[in-house]
Ligand binder design. Sequence first.
Ligand SMILES: Nc1ccn([C@@H]2O[C@H](COP(=O)(O)OP(=O)(O)OP(=O)(O)O)[C@@H](O)[C@H]2O)c(=O)n1
Ligand SMILES: C[C@](O)(CO)[C@H](O)COP(=O)(O)O
Length: 230
Amino acid sequence: MGVVALVPAAGRGERLGHRMPKALVPVGGVPLLARAVRGLFEAGCVRHVVVAAPPSDVEVVNEVTAPLAPAGGAVHVVPGGAERSDSVRLALLHALRELPGTTIVLVHDAARAFTPPGVVKAVVDAVAAGHPAVIPVLPVADTVKQVDAGGVVVATPDRSALRVVQTPQGFDARVLLRAHEAGGHATDDAGLVERLGVPVATVPGHPDALKITTPFDLAVAEALLVGGQA
Ligand SMILES: Nc1ccn([C@@H]2O[C@H](COP(=O)(O)OP(=O)(O)OP(=O)(O)O)[C@@H](O)[C@H]2O)c(=O)n1
Ligand SMILES: C[C@](O)(CO)[C@H](O)COP(=O)(O)O
């Protein structure tokens, strides 16, 4: 089973508002990207990771991630693109060109630095069991409203049928390639796969797999470390 993980890490982190790219921002002294990559390897089923780095930071990203690879594995770093989907596409093409035998591809945000290895394993197991696309999800805790352009409520969707989506998202490599070859952008890779009409299965996500987006999220991440939870 050839499992390769792609880690889009080329975002600027505008909402975090740090002076360095978000992937390199440290929590407890360790960059978010290094934590995310370490979690992937700790799952025990990933040997190769392809990181899409900010184009001006390829070298530093290489220095940060190269030592994390297990024996027989490696971290490959490629320059990312303008949007997340572009970064994933560039990493995917690199993986399929340089790592023949890749059958399962995970796509994991650098910003989800505290994702438990058990979530990674559950996604891989579900793809290996025959699901072409698998995403980790959580139930929605709050009541959700749909609003119009003016912010006026137009509907209250049934939240029992809604899920919050995390990463890593796992795919049969051929399906993910087809989805990216079809082009376009989506906020997650499952969104591209859905457009092919391919079913996307779900497995339970984990609250620790939060996406570190804002300064508040970074404070939550620091608190998880202090509390010994992550
Ligand atoms: N052109 C881009 C944009 C985003 N990402 C990555 O996609 C993941 C999810 O994106 P998000 O957390 O929203 O990060 P940013 O785009 O950096 O955040 P912001 O919108 O606040 O700038 C991150 O690991 C980010 O580095 C990427 O690889 N290439
Ligand atoms: C892929 C993702 O993490 C799933 O929740 C998310 O869609 C990426 O978020 P972004 O802020 O739109 O880049």
